[in-house]
Each structure stands twice: as structure tokens, then as C-alpha cells.
Design a protein around this ligand. Structure first.
Ligand code: DC
Length: 220
């Protein structure tokens, strides 16, 4: 069983997909974490992330990997668990930048498909329904207004003690939306056969119920 959930940053994909996966006994795969891990590794290596040729050359030294324990995903680079370092605002912007490169997308395509071949998955990302799993059993495009997404993300970052304002969070959200939708390689877009779910006026529980209903309905 393959469930594809795509949508913009901060739409609640990971929280909703994780909860739905738990209830449906499936593995939740957060593909954004893999892109984030690659961006983190490139920054650690001192690679100029704005130089696509330099990024492409550095990829051969980066071996990303995923592991699941009690349904929780951990992401690795060259055997090191980097899960706790990849969600800073700087790394988020760097990830948007490198995920626009066709070389990076091609590099991570087989990693994602292999996990979906070997497990029942709910996989979230930007191009899961359009590129990674075009034959997924259910495709959902999860979205919410930019202000609503920025409010949720700001609350998350503030709770972690990140030094950031709501205005900065909204500006970064809009920048990432632009990067994700305007890139030439696998831009963020709803697959023709995906169901659109706007969670602006839903709380978490309502959103999870809506996703579960789509999964059990087996609709595309
Ligand atoms: O889902 P996220 O916010 O953790 O994703 C981080 C970045 O990775 C986001 O800017 C877009 C990119 N990404 C992507 O291009 N394709 C995916 N399948 C997942 C994430």
C-alpha cells in the first residue's frame, strides 16, 4: 500500500501523516528529512550550496539512509544520525535551494522508491504523487493558507526556543513556497489524480480524520 501526501511547507503533512500512519499500521516516511540531511551534510562539508556543479560533485561523498524504530524515522548521513540538526531555519532555506537541483533529485529518487517497495508507506514530500510514486494507491495534496502555515510553524519554532519572529517565519514560508513551486525540476504541484485537502479551518484531529477517511476509501 502506497499513500502519497504532498503539499507546501508547514501544511501539517508530517504531523498528520505520522498520526494517520500510526492508526493505519503503516510506516511514515518524511522525504523532506532526507533532502534536509543532504543539505546539512553539504553545509558541513563547506560546499557552496548555490553552485550546482559543486553540489553535484559533493554528492558522491554523501550516503543518506533512513531507519525506523517504533515507527519513528531517523535520518543518517554516512552512518551519523543527523535527525536532530536538520530543522533549523538556515538548513530549511539551504534545503529549498539544493532540492531545486535535478542532480540532487535524481540522487534521492531510488532511495525513496526502495523504501516504498519494501514497506506499506505513507510518504510525504513535494513530488511523491507526481514523480516518486505515480501509481500510489491514494494521493492527497494537503495545503493551508500561508498565514495559517506560518502561524503553526512559528509556534513550533518558538516552543523549541528558536530566536525568530512570526514575520520572519511568514517571509521564509513565502520564499520556500516560491522556491518549491517555481523550480524547473519536479516543482511542487498537485497530481491530477490527487485529492485536495485544505486544513486552514481544521484542527489536527479533524485533519487526521479526513486523511484516514481518504486512505480507507482508497480514493486517488
Ligand atoms: O517537508 P520539508 O519542509 O521538511 O521539506 C524540506 C525541503 O525539501 C522543502 O523546501 C522542499 C524539499 N523537498 C522536496 O523538494 N521534495 C520532497 N519530496 C521533500 C522535500
Amino acid at each position: 500500500m502506497q499513500i502519497a501526501i504532498d503539499g507546501p511547507a508547514g501544511a501539517g503533512k508530517s504531523t498528520i501523516a505520522r498520526a494517520a500512519a500510526h492508526k493505519c499500521g503503516m510506516i511514515y516516511v518524511d522525504t523532506g528529512a532526507v533532502y534536509r540531511a543532504v543539505a546539512y551534510a553539504l553545509r558541513q562539508l563547506g560546499t557552496d550550496i548555490h553552485d550546482e556543479a559543486a553540489v553535484r560533485a559533493a554528492l558522491s561523498g554523501i550516503k543518506p539512509g533512513l531507519a525506523f524504530s517504533d515507527g519513528e524515522q531517523r535520518v543518517y548521513v554516512n552512518g551519523e544520525d543527523v535527525t536532530d540538526f536538520i530543522r533549523t531555519p538556515e538548513n530549511s532555506l539551504a534545503t529549498s535551494c539544493i532540492s531545486a537541483y535535478p542532480s540532487v533529485r535524481a540522487f534521492l529518487l531510488e532511495t525513496q522508491r526502495k523504501i516504498a517497495r519494501e514497506n506499506d508507506v505513507i510518504m510525504d514530500g513535494r513530488d511523491i504523487g507526481t514523480v516518486v510514486l505515480p501509481d500510489a494507491d491514494v494521493k492527497i495534496f494537503l495545503t493551508a493558507s500561508p498565514e495559517c502555515r506560518a502561524r503553526r510553524r512559528y509556534a513550533e519554532l518558538a516552543a523549541k526556543g528558536e530566536d525568530i519572529t512570526y514575520e520572519q517565519t511568514l517571509a521564509e514560508m513565502i520564499q520556500r513556497d516560491r522556491d518549491d513551486t517555481e523550480r524547473a525540476a519536479s516543482p511542487l504541484r498537485k497530481a491530477d489524480d490527487a485529492v485536495l485537502l485544505d486544513t486552514s479551518d481544521m484542527d489536527l484531529e479533524q485533519s487526521v480524520r479526513a486523511v484516514e477517511a481518504l486512505i480507507s476509501g482508497g480514493r486517488k
